[in-house]
Design a binder for this molecule. Structure first.
Ligand code: NAP
Ligand code: GCO
Length: 268
């Protein structure tokens, strides 16, 4: 009655991580490579893809990089076709590419709101729709959507982002519902506050050298009393991408240091 630990292996699997030149996507892709997967990633510009390729090479990973905007259906169809030509059918998809615009709702234009929804919600729909047929043909597949604490909570200035990430939680559950029978598991990771370029504005030092008020706020709200790192997401991502999670479906795994469970430290 032992356990076959090879179920955590991604040996021989083809993984596409969107927007993975750096940040959370890059960390997840490097963990997948360590678990044996072949890595494909995309970004919006050749310059970003080239930067990413150099970073993967430096990490000893032979990744395959492609220029594709996740909101562009034609570009995404070409992306999937090229990956299938270069590496084979995609076994694992991580919908990681995303943007945020921190603007008070009454000051946010409809165009700005639409752009965030387009990248953070329509993008995962477009890429998943392009990848699922290959997974069905192959008889299995793993989709991991990168949600957020804002899939559960709101805060000032992130109306578009929270709406997108809340929608992405339900898209996760719907893909689970519609394609579970095809042996496709669709889950999500909900990172807490992670130190990446996306959150750099919330952590930068103040002119007087003091900590950003939001930085102190998040540390007080997090039982782990620290910001997360992209590396904190690697193990959970490998689990959800592996055979070890074959009966986990439609789940949002929050990797947040406990912030969603905690009312926050009482001000001293
Ligand atoms: P990041 O540092 O801003 O990186 C985002 C990546 O997505 C970049 O490579 C970016 O490329 C790419 N991207 C943006 N729009 C794209 C598009 N239309 N098509 C293709 N690629 C695109 O963000 P991150 O912090 O690593 O976050 C990654 C994911 O985790 C996002 O979905 C984010 O919402 C989510 N998340 C982040 C945190 C956090 O605290 N950092 C917490 C929860 C969830 P460019 O260089 O071209 O912009
Ligand atoms: C913000 C942050 C958050 C994080 C993350 C939290 O402005 O509140 O950017 O949205 O990015 O999504 O899970």
């Amino acid at each position: 009655m032992g356990y076959d630990m090879s179920k955590f292996s991604l040996e021989g699997k083809v993984a596409l991580v969107t927007g993975a030149s750096y940040g959370i996507g890059f960390a997840i892709a490097t963990a997948f490579a360590a678990a044996g997967a072949k890595i494909a990633f995309n970004d919006r510009s050749q310059e970003a893809v080239d930067r990413g390729l150099a970073s993967y090479k430096e990490a000893g990973i032979e990744a395959h990089g492609y220029v594709a905007d996740v909101t562009d259906e034609e570009a995404v169809a070409g992306l999937v076709e090229n990956i299938e030509k270069d590496l084979g059918t995609i076994d694992i998809l991580v919908n990681n590419a995303g943007i945020i615009k921190r603007i008070p709702m009454l000051e946010m234009s409809a165009a700005d709101f639409r752009q965030v929804i387009d990248v953070d919600l329509n993008g995962p729909f477009i890429v998943s729709k392009a990848v699922i047929p290959g997974m069905i043909a192959k008889g299995h597949g793993k989709i991991i959507n990168i949600c957020s604490m804002m899939s559960e909570l709101g805060r000032e200035t992130v109306s578009a982002y929270a709406a997108a990430k809340g929608g992405l939680k339900m898209l996760t559950r719907n893909i689970c519902s519609e394609y579970g029978e095809a042996n496709i598991q669709c889950n999500a990771i909900g990172p807490g506050y992670i130190a990446t370029p996306q959150t750099a504005p919330l952590r930068e030092r103040q002119p007087d050298g003091s900590r950003h008020p939001f930085d102190a706020f998040i540390v007080a709200k997090t039982p782990a009393a620290r910001w997360g790192t992209p590396e904190d997401l690697q193990g959970p991502a490998v689990f959800l991408a592996s055979d070890a999670s074959d009966f986990v479906n439609g789940h949002v795994l929050y990797v947040d240091g406990g912030i969603l469970a905690y009312i926050g430290k009482q001000p001293q």
